[in-house]
Design a protein around this ligand. Structure first.
Ligand code: ADP
Ligand code: MG
Length: 655
């Protein structure tokens, strides 16, 4: 029998080397850390010289603040950093490095030399490191302000790793990717990358722009195809800026530069979502160029996932990904005049770009059947056919629908005499866009794209519609026109307002901060406000709150449409905080607006069959019948014309 092996404690140097290998897996990882350090040090120039894919030597020179002489002794020890003092700081960190681990790790797997000069020092100093410690003396020398770090013989003491990294060209490729990313994202700083003894492969100027750097690095054909993406979402505390290529452009392999809070990261979920958008518009096997810079509240990002910090996760990830996906889709559809089958918001009255002339011709000349074959009657095929999904109300859906119990109450229709409501109705009517009204009136529903968008057809024109925007306006108008006559959706178990209000305040969406006061007190106040208005809400809107402070029912605004229960807490909160209870007309207006907003939001928890069914049979059928489109809808992107329908169908057929 074999004896069991003796368990020995590993030598400390070996332990450190293993740990370091986790962080520095290849030269490009070391370089990324060093570039981030240079940017943290406010450099406006970063120059990188590489020998043998960075395995032989990797040198980075910056003109930043430099490192003070007295810090040189410990700068390569683990957990030494000038950027973070305690755990709380982690949440507000706005510099790249935060663990004080990069230099230490590099020194465990390579020969590391730092030459650095601060502004106040007379001369520069040079020091070498091994296994986290200073090796030899700190020597004065001549050098400009800034820091030069040289990493030599990377993985010299990790034979396994060196084995695995045999191809310097591949390593240089990875290094190029890292430098490209940071150069695009930091146009204020000039970047230079070259192989030792050769010409620069990347060179950007200081004080350049993101767009310019994309052109310089990725080439003019990408440069020409760029569309700007910009959005802000206060609720999600998110700002997104970027550039994406339009649908005319494609390359074999996608290039995706993603920065979250200025760190280059990966997000599988976001990538998938974006791929999905483009797969609708690009031929199979071709891919876009994407650069996105997302800024999130530091509290909402978990940067501390893995030492390599590549794959990040963040709070509200699904919603954020969804929003970005939508923003890109809007950009693609809206800003892409150069492609014949998508033209920008071509609504009645707007002048048509020249390349859509054909379509308009066919609109007026009905004999041009080519453009007519797409879909003209309701019994025609719908989008689902092309996706192979049959959307109908299946048994299980019916069951869950039944459970929510809708009790219809037989009521006598009451005409309202309230001037406030009549005024609000009149302003809706005065603002009606007649051309849009005709489109909506005669729309043929084609299919649901996702929870917020659908495709409809009018005549030979196909439109991409924002279900959310339309549904909100529809609900608002229904609330005004059906005033005092609502059926209701009853909850089988009435829900305590206090709990709903507490939940709402705890949700970051509420924007609650400590300065607003303790949550329990606020929640009670919300219950008080709503209870004192319970009679009015019950009388006019059939929103029923019991004497015990339970919500029993909400109005049935659109036949067969049930709003997403997950947003009920926010709705309750907003009823208390956003409705102008003291003035009659304002009160009805804001109440109806808030209620409409709630009803128009479709939660991710709603199942696909259900929201598809509702969109088609409840929402769009009511839009067709009732919606009075305000003029703003001709310009706000809620209805975008998609031209040259046969081409579009060809695209979908491929999916
Ligand atoms: P971290 O960046 O997490 O602080 P590092 O190991 O990457 O940890 O760097 C350790 C410290 O060395 C930094 O906090 C910084 O003070 C200093 N440092 C590293 N590189 C530079 C540089 N290029 N310019 C100025 N200071 C630097
Ligand atoms: Mg660092």
């Amino acid at each position: 029998m074999m004896e069991p092996g003796t368990i020995r404690r590993l030598d400390e140097a070996v332990v450190n080397r293993i740990a370091a290998g986790e962080i520095i897996q290849r030269p490009a990882n070391a370089l990324k850390e060093m570039i981030e350090n240079s940017l943290d040090a406010k450099s406006t120039s970063i120059q990188i010289i590489v020998k043998v894919g960075g395995l032989k030597s990797l040198q980075i020179q910056d003109n930043g603040t430099g490192i003070r002489r007295e810090d040189l002794g410990i700068v390569c020890e683990r957990f030494t950093t000038s950027k973070l003092q305690n755990f709380e700081d982690l949440s507000v960190i706005d510099t790249y490095g935060f663990r004080g681990e990069a230099l230490a790790s590099i020194s465990h797997v390579a020969h590391l030399t730092i030459t650095t000069k601060t502004r106040n020092e007379q001369c520069a100093f040079r020091a070498s490191y091994e296994d986290g410690k200073l090796k030899g003396e700190i020597k004065p020398c001549a050098c400009n302000q800034g820091t030069q770090i040289t990493v030599e013989e990377l993985f010299y003491n990790v034979p396994m790793r060196k084995q695995a990294l045999k191809a310097p060209n591949e390593e240089f490729q990875k290094i190029t990717e890292v430098v490209s990313k940071y150069a695009v994202h930091n146009p204020q700083t000039s970047f230079m990358l070259k192989k030792f003894g050769e010409n620069a492969t990347i060179r950007t100027q200081a004080k350049s722009t993101v767009e310019n750097n994309i052109k310089t690095i990725h080439g003019p054909s990408i440069g020409k195809a760029l569309l700007k993406v910009a959005m802000e979402n206060k609720i999600l505390q998110m700002i997104v800026n970027g550039y994406v290529t339009n649908v005319n452009f494609s390359q074999k392999k996608a290039i995706f530069l993603l920065f979250i809070n200025h760190r280059a990261v990966e997000s599988v979920n976001l990538r998938k979502a974006i791929d999905q958008v483009y797969s609708l518009y690009l031929p199979k096997g071709s891919a876009p160029f994407i650069y996105l810079s997302i800024e999130l509240h530091p509290n909402n990002v978990d940067v501390n996932v893995h030492p390599t910090k590549h794959e990040v996760h963040f709070l509200h990830e699904e919603e954020i990904v969804d929003q970005i996906k939508e923003a890109i889709e809007r950009t693609l559809l809206g800003g892409n005049e150069s492609r014949s089958f998508y033209t920008q918001a071509l609504l009645p009255g707007a002048s048509d770009p020249p390349n859509s002339a054909k379509l308009n011709e066919s609109g007026s000349d009905k004999s041009k059947l080519e453009y007519k074959f797409v879909r003209t009657s309701h019994s025609d095929q719908k989008l689902e056919k092309f996706f192979g999904i049959n959307v109908s109300r299946n048994a299980s859906f019916n069951e869950s629908y039944e459970k929510t119990k809708i009790f219809k109450q037989e009521k006598i229709f009451r005409e309202t005499k309230l001037t406030s409501i009549l005024n609000l109705r009149r302003s809706v009517e005065d603002d009606c866009d007649r051309d849009l009204r005709k489109i909506f009136n005669e729309l043929a529903f084609i299919g649901v794209i996702d929870r917020t968008q659908a495709l409809i057809q009018y005549d030979t024109k196909m439109f991409l519609t924002s279900t959310k925007v339309l549904c909100e306006e529809l609900c608002y108008q229904m609330l005004l026109y059906n005033f005092g006559n609502f059926d209701c959706i009853n909850f089988s178990d009435p829900l305590p307002l206090l709990e709903l209000a507490t939940l709402a305040l705890q949700d970051p969406e509420s924007g609650w901060t400590e300065q607003d006061g303790p949550i329990p007190e606020l929640a009670e106040r919300i219950v008080e406000i709503l209870s004192s208005r319970a009679a009015l809400m019950r009388e006019y809107f059939n929103l029923c709150i019991s004497a015990e402070g339970h919500i029993e029912a909400i109005p049935l605004i659109i036949e067969d449409y049930i709003p997403s229960i997950v947003y009920l807490p926010q709705y309750i909160l907003r009823l208390a905080t956003e409705v102008e209870w003291d003035d009659e007309q304002d009160c009805f207006k804001t109440f109806c607006r808030e209620t409409a907003k709630y009803y128009a939001r479709v939660a991710l928890t709603k199942n696909e069959q259900e929201y598809k069914w509702e969109a088609e049979h409840a929402v769009y059928s009511a839009i067709k019948q009732y919606l009075i489109p305000p003029r703003a809808f001709a310009k706000n992107g809620c209805l975008l014309q998609v031209a040259n329908l046969p081409d579009l169908y060809r695209v979908f057929e491929r999916c």
